[in-house]
Design a protein around this ligand. Sequence first.
Ligand code: HEM
Length: 528
Amino acid sequence: NENPMDKNGLGNHLPSRNQTIGDIPEIKTATGAPVTDNQDTMTAGKRGPVALEDIWFLEKMAHFDREVIPERRMHAKGSGAFGTFRVIHDITKYTKASIFSEIGKETKMLARFSTVAGERGAADAERDIRGFALKFYTDEGNWDMVGNNTPVFFFRDPLKFIDLNHAIKRDPRTNMRSPNSNWDFWSSLPEALLQITIIMGDRGIPSSYRHMHGFSSHAYSFINKENERVWVKFHFRSQQGILNLTDQEAKKVVGMDRESHQRDLYEAIEKKIYPKWKMYVQIMTQEQADSMKNNPFDLTKMWLKKDFPLMPVGEFELNENPANYFAEIEQAAFNPAHTVPGISFSPDRMLQGRLFSYGDAQRYRLGVNHHQIPVNMSKGVENPHSFHRDGKMRVDGNLGSELHYEPNSYGNWEDNPKENLPKEKGGDVYRYDFRKDDSDYFTQPGLLFRAMTKDQQQVLFDNTARNMGDSTLQIKHRHIYHCYKADPEYGKGVAKSLNISIDDVDLNLPPSDSKENLKKANNLHPEL
Ligand code: HEM
């Protein structure tokens, strides 16, 4: 009975941990009163009803009734650990961020990895993107790098993010995931093909979180001491190497262990086999950005390594399991808006949308004062001195009796003008159709397809066919057509695995990149 997870090389599972009892084993109420009996509720007579004055029962039950908090809307199932980042190469000419200020400098950090579509109890070994979220507790405040294990995303406008989640999560009627909705949506967006090709390929199910790379995916910006900006993408390369599961192996793993990623990460760290990732950056100057044919801030495209080589920066190691999962991982709030001087944003529409969404989601999920939860506090900065006051669950001194308006005559709440960002380009406000800016959907998926071995290509065809499941013929044709545009062999391979003759697929259509084109394609073959 071979376990596909054995290839991760961790050896035998650890026995479950013994609980440690504190110095004072006696149980107390939340306000410190002794609990005299934790076995029997207080009743009126031996067999009578329960008394309202059993305040221990009321407190225990009421607390339990509130134990769950909303899960993350996506990326709900995840695992995390603490670690250390160390600088190995000097990049101070690009950024003044203190985390990178000198070779050898170490910064404490937290990582959380996740699947995307499944709920908090979902199995780990599913075909899906993996989240790759890092929080660096720098001495200038927290820098969160909230990435994925893929360098691109399905689309380029944040308005579509809500539709993506509705399409891939549960159907409102059946309460089941629906391949038809999933592929209907994906195949209606030709720009999604690169991301689809990655997920349907052999990297679509990493064997563990330790065995995958991470990417910022978006371009961000670096600002140096002269207040000059360059554009930057971050890459984190697993030093454990890449290991994946096939669909067949994953089925077996899920049947044996729904927590395979959680177990692997936890046990590796307990066994002191600390996982490591090397950090690299790709740098693009404004001049290079201006001369790019494609929009450099388009999240559906990679910056090719041959044009923008990976420059090594440093390395991180995860070496400490959380002592308490809920306190330190479930309550962790990663947010791309959390930056430090020297690191900033880019005009990538998707990133701009994310800058609002995370804090907003966390104010709902964790509360307005979630920055006070210890795992989210900016440990490197002694006194963050933020202006905010009051709100639910304010648990520090709430800024004592300091005045709370600005301007004032007492010199409090001063601006920091020296950290002002350099100017960003802009233009007239309008809803610009990004497809008119760039409708090259197929070059990069074609490049990726041709970089695969024949075996990898076959795996891609078969995974795609299995994953499309009960999708309608219409949708299958649409996807085959997009694959064909990327590379005829890609289209033919997927068609064959789907048992569809490529001759039946209309290859003269425009891509389904507008409502009109989509209608045209659907009307041509209403019988499908
Ligand atoms: C989680 C929104 C795209 C990576 C989340 C959460 C929201 C969100 C609301 C839950 C936050 C929480 O409750 O703590 C969005 C929106 C997007 C977008 C609106 C596009 C417009 C992306 C992209 C990436 C990404 C492109 C990667 C490059 C993640 C990760 C998490 C996450 C890793 C989990 C963080 C954690 O471990 O706590 N996203 N997201 N998201 N997102 Fe996104």
